[in-house]
Design a protein around this ligand. Structure first.
Ligand SMILES: Nc1ncnc2c1ncn2[C@@H]1O[C@H](COP(=O)(O)OP(=O)(O)OP(=O)(O)O)[C@@H](O)[C@H]1O
Ligand SMILES: [Mg+2]
Length: 510
C-alpha cells in the first residue's frame, strides 16, 4: 500500500480493538482481544494495565498482518481509550504499582460525599465541568496514594507517573521506561476527565491538586488531541518509528468519527455504557441539569472545542449481565428477537444502576432494580426491559441537553448512533419512539477507532481537512419515530418512577 495506512488503537473497557485504515478510511485490517475484569469487592472494578499493554502489542502485529501491511507503511498511530481509568506506574521500571482502578469503580463514593458536604462541588464544577462522583480519576488516584503503602512518598519524590490508559499506552509505545526516553503525556480530552484539569485555561489546576492532595510530580504533560505526541520506539512497535499523532478519550473520538463538527450535533454511543455528546463549539457550556462540560477535542494550532456530555454507566453492560450474570441468554444479539416477541413491556422495567447512576441523576448509591414482575414474566421481559433501559436513559439525557443548551433534536437534527448495541434494530426503533426524533446509524460503526485515526491522520497531513472527513459520513439506516405523544409520555413517566425506586439503595442499607 504505497499511500500508507493509519493505525488506530481503541483500548476499551471490555476489550481492545486495533484497526488499520487506508486513505479512503476503509478498514484494511483488524484485531480484537478481551480485557480481564477484576471485581475484588462489590462496587470495585480493576484492570491489569500490563495485560492491557501486552494485548495492545500483540493486536497491533495481528491487525497489520491481517491488512498485509508492513510496520514501516504506518504513517501515524492514533490512540483512543476507556476514559478516567487510573493507572499509576514506576518511571524507572515502567511497571504499574497497583491494578488500574476502572471508571466504573465506586470505592471513592465516601470521599466524594465528604467533599460535597464541605461545599466544594460548585467550585469543582466551575473549574472542571464535572460533578463530584467516583467516576473521575482524581479521587481514584487519591485513594491509591492513601491506601497503598509507600506510594505517597514515592509520588512526591517523582518516582511515579499517573495517567489514564492513553498515557499508559503512549509511555509504553515510546519506550516504556524513563531510561528509554518514554514520553509521559496525555491529551486535553483525557485530562478533562481527571477532576484535576481547568478546562477553560487548559492546564492542571493547582487548587484542585491541593484539594485532592495530588503531587504535581505524578502528572503527564497535556497536549492537543491532534499533534505529534511522541514517536514509537522501534523495540515497542515492531521495529518501526512512527508518529503517535492522535489521542482522545473514546467518546470524544466517537464524536469526531461521527463527523459531529458543528455546534448542536449529537451522537450517542451504545457500548458498555452509553455516552451522549453534543458539540457546543469553542465555548464551554455550563450545565444546570446534571450533564458534564467537557473538551470535545483540540487540533494543534486551533482553539479547543467543547461538548456537553451525558454519561450513562450501564447500557450494553445490562445485556452482558443477562448473559454472564444471570445466564438467561447466550448472546447479546438474542435480545432483539426476545424483545420483539412481546408487543409491549407489560409493565416490566429494569433500572440498570449496577454501578450507581450517572447522568443526569448522579447517584453512586443507586443499585440495579427490577420492577413490575409477575408470574407471567419471562426472560423476554428482562431482555426487553434491558434494551428499553438504554433508550429511556438516553431520553433523560437528551431532555437535560434541551434544558441546558436550549437544543432540541428534530427531523433535520437526528441523533447519530453508534457502538456495539446500535446494530440492535429493536433498540434503535424504540429509541426513536421514546425520543420522538429520528435516529441515524452510519455505515462505519467503528466510529471510536475512526475518530482516533482521523485525529492522527489530520495531524500528520495524511488527510487534508475536516471537510474531507465529513464528506465520508454515510448513512446505513434511519429509524423514524412511530409512537404517539401520550404513549411516549406514559412510558417515560413510568420509567422515572422506577428510577426513583432504585435511588439511594446502598446508602440506606449503610
Ligand atoms: N445485538 C446487540 N444487542 C444489544 N446489545 C448488544 C448487541 N451486540 C452487542 N451489544 C452490547 O454492546 C456492548 C459492546 O459494544 P462495544 O463493543 O461498542 O462496547 P464498548 O463500550 O466499546 O466496549 P468497551 O467499553 O470495551 O470500549 C456490550 O455491552 C454488548 O452487550
Ligand atoms: Mg469502546
Amino acid at each position: 500500500m504505497s499511500d500508507g495506512v493509519v493505525l488506530a488503537i481503541d483500548q476499551g473497557t471490555t476489550g481492545t480493538t486495533v484497526l488499520v485504515f487506508d486513505h479512503a478510511a476503509t478498514i484494511r485490517g483488524r484485531a480484537y482481544g478481551e480485557v480481564t475484569q477484576h471485581y475484588p469487592r462489590p462496587g470495585w472494578v480493576e484492570h491489569d494495565a500490563e495485560e492491557i499493554w501486552r494485548g495492545v502489542r500483540m493486536l497491533v502485529g495481528a491487525a497489520l498482518a491481517d491488512a498485509g501491511v508492513r510496520p514501516a507503511e504506518v504513517r501515524a498511530v492514533g490512540i483512543t481509550n476507556q476514559r478516567e481509568t487510573t493507572v499509576l506506574w514506576d518511571r524507572e521500571t515502567g511497571r504499574p504499582v497497583h491494578h488500574a482502578i476502572v471508571w466504573q469503580d465506586r470505592r471513592t463514593a465516601p470521599l466524594c460525599e465528604e467533599l460535597k458536604a464541605a461545599g466544594r462541588e460548585d467550585d469543582v464544577r466551575r473549574r472542571t465541568g464535572l460533578v463530584l462522583d467516583p467516576y473521575f480519576s482524581g479521587t481514584k488516584l487519591r485513594w491509591l496514594l492513601d491506601n497503598v503503602d509507600g506510594l505517597r512518598a514515592r509520588a512526591e519524590g517523582g518516582e511515579l507517573a499517573f495517567g489514564t490508559i492513553d498515557a499508559w499506552l503512549l509511555w509504553q509505545l515510546s519506550g516504556g521506561t524513563a531510561a528509554a526516553g518514554a514520553v509521559h503525556g496525555t491529551d486535553v480530552t483525557n485530562a478533562s476527565r481527571t477532576l484535576l484539569f481547568d478546562i477553560g485555561a487548559l492546564r492542571w489546576d493547582p487548587a484542585l491538586l491541593d484539594l485532592l492532595g495530588i503531587p504535581a510530580a505524578v502528572l503527564p504533560t497535556v497536549r492537543p488531541s491532534a499533534t505529534l505526541h511522541a514517536r514509537t520506539n522501534p523495540d515497542a512497535f515492531l521495529g518501526a518509528e512512527v508518529p503517535v499523532a492522535g489521542i482522545a478519550g473514546d467518546q470524544h473520538a466517537a464524536l469526531f468519527g461521527q463527523a459531529c463538527f458543528q455546534e448542536g450535533m449529537v451522537k450517542n454511543t451504545y457500548g458498555t455504557g452509553a455516552f451522549l455528546m453534543m458539540h457546543t463549539g469553542a465555548r464551554p457550556v455550563p450545565s444546570r441539569h446534571g450533564l458534564l462540560t467537557t473538551l470535545a477535542w483540540q487540533i494543534d494550532g486551533e482553539p479547543a472545542e467543547y461538548a456537553l456530555e451525558g454519561s450513562i454507566f450501564v447500557a450494553g453492560a445490562a445485556v452482558q449481565w443477562l448473559r454472564d450474570g444471570l445466564g438467561v441468554i447466550e448472546s447479546a444479539a438474542e435480545t432483539e428477537a426476545l424483545a420483539t416477541s412481546l408487543s409491549s413491556n407489560e409493565g416490566v422495567y429494569f433500572v440498570p444502576a449496577l454501578t450507581g447512576l450517572g447522568a443526569p441523576h448522579w447517584d453512586p448509591y443507586a443499585r440495579g432494580t427490577l420492577l413490575g414482575l409477575t408470574r407471567g414474566s419471562t426472560k423476554a421481559h428482562l431482555a426487553r426491559a434491558a434494551l428499553e433501559s438504554m433508550a429511556y436513559q438516553t431520553a433523560d439525557v437528551v431532555s437535560a441537553m434541551g434544558n441546558d443548551a436550549g437544543l432540541t433534536l428534530h427531523a433535520d437534527r437526528p441523533l447519530r448512533a453508534d457502538g456495539g448495541a446500535a446494530v440492535n434494530a429493536f433498540l434503535m426503533q424504540f429509541q426513536a419512539d421514546v425520543l420522538g426524533v429520528p435516529v441515524e446509524v452510519p455505515r462505519v460503526s467503528e466510529t471510536t477507532a475512526l475518530g482516533a485515526a482521523y485525529l492522527a491522520g489530520l495531524a500528520t497531513g495524511f488527510w487534508k481537512d475536516r471537510a474531507e472527513l465529513a464528506s465520508r459520513w454515510q448513512l446505513a439506516r434511519r429509524y423514524e419515530p412511530r409512537l404517539g405523544e401520550s404513549e411516549r409520555r406514559r412510558l417515560t413517566t413510568r420509567w422515572l418512577r422506577a428510577v426513583e425506586r432504585a435511588r439511594s439503595w446502598e446508602q440506606e442499607d449503610a
